[in-house]
Design a protein around this ligand. Structure first.
Ligand code: AMP
Ligand code: MG
Length: 405
C-alpha cells in the first residue's frame, strides 16, 4: 500500500500535460501559456512624455529663461517638424517627443503665461521622457511558456496585438457516481435513498481548477450499467468515480474497470480518511476511484486529484505548500498512518492558528464547511497537544486567512 507521498508522486509521474490550443485573449485568463512570447516591437515604440508640460531643448534651459510656446501636442498626435531653438511645445502625457526636443518640463515646474513660458532651469537631457524600448525591446522574451496568465500578462499581450493565445487545453473530467442507493439532488428521497451530492462536489472542484466537468450521472451497482457509464467516461481526459471502491459485495468499480482494460496502479493508500482510493490507467488516461463518503471524496480530490489535473493543464506548480499552524486545542491521533484533519484556521498576531471545528467522522459534512484547511498529520505522529505545530494545506481562497473588515 503506497504512503501519502508515494501515492501522489506515482499519480503525478503517470499524467502529462494535454495538448495546446489557441484561445481568444480574455479566455486565456488563469490558463497556462504554452509557448514563449517575444516582443514584436519596442515598447514604447517612440520616445514620449511621462508628464503634461513643455517639450524643450535642455540646452536652452541651463539657466532661468522664457521660451515662446510654438505649438500644442496632445496625446494621440505627433509632430514631424523640429522644435526651434528658444521655443517650447505644450505637450500632454503620452505624446511623442517632437524632433529636436530632448527634455520635458512639467507644468508644475513652469510659469505658464499662455504665449510664453518661464522656466527656472537647469533642465537635464532626458528629463521626464519615456524612451523608446525602455520597457521592452524588440525580440525580448516577455512571457515565458508555463506562465499562469493574469490580468498583467493579458495587458502585455494586448499591447502587442496578440489577440489569440496558445495555452494548454482544459482538462475534461468525466464524473460517475456509483450506488443503488443514490438519487439525484432534488429527486424525492424514498426511505434508504441518499442524494448524489458527490458528483456536484467533484464538478465544482474541477471547475475551480479551470477544468470542465462532464456529468455522467449514476452508475448502478451491476456490471452492465456501471460498465456502460465507465466506458463512456473513458472518452474524457480523466475519469473520476465515487464510491463502490471498498471491499463490499456491491463494490464493483475495480472489477468493471478491469473488464474495460483499465490497469490498476494501486488500490488503497495508507491514509485516513480516504484509504480505499484507487488509481488506474488506460492508454495514459488516468482514472481516479474515490471513496463514497462525501468528506473522503473531498479530501482525496484535494490531496491527490487536484495536483494531477493541474499538471495536465500545464501547471508547473501543482502541489500546495504547507503553512505551519499552531494548534489551539489538543488532537487525538493514533500513530500508523497519515491523517487528514479538517481544521478551522485564522491568523493571530501574524501567525496561523488552527483547531478542529468538531466531529472528524467522514459522515459529518458540517465540519468540512467550517474548515479553512486540511492539516496533514504524519504517519508516526501520536496525540497532539495545544501549542504544537501542524502542516496545513489551505483550502480554496480560504477567506478566513484574509483580514476582516
Ligand atoms: P460505498 O463506498 O459505496 O460503500 O459508499 C460509502 C458511503 O458514501 C455510502 O454509504 C453513502 O453514504 C456515501 N455516498 C456514496 N456515494 C455518494 C454520492 N454520490 N453522494 C453522496 N454520498 C455518497
Ligand atoms: Mg456503494
Amino acid at each position: 500500500m503506497p504512503t501519502y507521498e508515494e501515492a501522489r508522486t506515482c499519480i503525478l509521474e503517470s499524467v502529462n500535460p494535454l495538448g495546446i490550443e489557441k484561445v481568444e485573449i480574455l479566455e486565456s485568463l488563469g490558463r497556462v501559456l504554452a509557448e514563449d512570447i517575444f516582443a514584436p516591437w519596442d515598447m514604447p515604440l517612440w520616445n514620449n512624455t511621462a508628464m503634461d508640460g513643455f517639450a524643450v531643448r535642455a540646452a536652452d534651459c541651463s539657466s532661468p529663461v522664457t521660451l515662446k510656446v510654438s505649438a500644442f501636442l496632445p496625446a494621440g498626435e505627433s509632430m514631424s517638424t523640429s522644435i526651434e531653438k528658444g521655443t517650447a511645445i505644450r505637450i500632454l502625457t503620452g505624446a511623442p517627443i517632437p524632433p529636436g526636443a530632448d527634455a520635458v518640463v512639467p507644468f508644475e515646474e513652469a510659469d505658464d503665461v499662455g504665449e510664453a513660458v518661464s522656466i527656472k532651469g537647469p533642465v537635464k537631457v532626458g528629463d521626464h521622457i519615456r524612451f523608446k524600448g525602455e520597457d521592452v525591446k524588440t525580440g525580448e522574451l516577455i512571457i515565458p511558456a508555463g506562465t499562469v496568465i493574469r490580468p498583467y500578462e493579458i495587458s502585455m499581450m494586448a499591447s502587442f496585438g496578440k489577440l489569440f493565445v496558445p495555452v494548454y487545453r482544459k482538462v475534461r473530467v468525466a464524473i460517475v457516481s456509483t450506488g443503488d442507493e443514490l438519487v439525484e439532488p432534488g429527486e424525492p428521497l424514498a426511505p434508504g435513498k441518499i442524494v448524489n451530492s458527490n458528483a456536484l462536489t467533484v464538478a465544482a472542484a474541477v471547475r475551480q481548477l479551470g477544468g470542465e466537468a462532464v456529468m455522467l450521472g449514476i452508475g448502478r451497482d451491476n456490471k452492465e450499467d456501471l460498465g456502460a457509464k465507465l466506458a463512456e467516461g473513458l472518452n474524457a481526459d480523466v475519469l473520476i468515480t465515487s464510491a463502490g471502491i471498498s471491499a463490499g459485495d456491491r463494490d464493483l468499480v475495480r472489477a468493471v474497470l478491469d473488464e474495460l482494460n483499465v490497469k490498476l496502479v494501486f488500490w488503497k493508500i495508507d491514509i485516513k480518511p480516504g484509504r480505499p482510493t484507487a488509481f488506474s490507467i488506460r492508454d495514459g488516461k488516468p482514472v481516479f476511484s474515490l471513496p463514497g463518503n462525501p468528506v473522503s471524496t473531498m479530501i482525496t480530490f484535494e490531496e491527490f486529484v487536484r495536483p494531477a489535473l493541474l499538471k495536465m493543464m500545464g501547471h508547473k506548480r501543482v502541489v500546495k505548500p504547507f503553512v505551519k499552524a499552531t494548534l489551539k486545542a489538543p488532537v487525538k491521533k493514533k500513530p500508523g498512518r497519515v491523517n487528514f484533519l479538517r481544521v478551522s484556521i485564522e491568523k493571530e498576531n501574524g501567525e496561523y492558528v488552527a483547531w478542529s471545528p468538531g466531529d472528524q467522522n467522514t459522515g459529518i459534512l458540517k465540519t468540512m464547511l467550517l474548515a479553512g484547511g486540511i492539516a496533514v498529520l504524519p504517519s508516526e505522529q501520536g496525540d497532539l497537544q495545544a501549542g504544537e505545530k501542524v502542516d496545513v494545506h489551505l483550502l480554496g481562497s480560504c477567506v478566513e486567512t484574509l483580514e476582516e473588515i
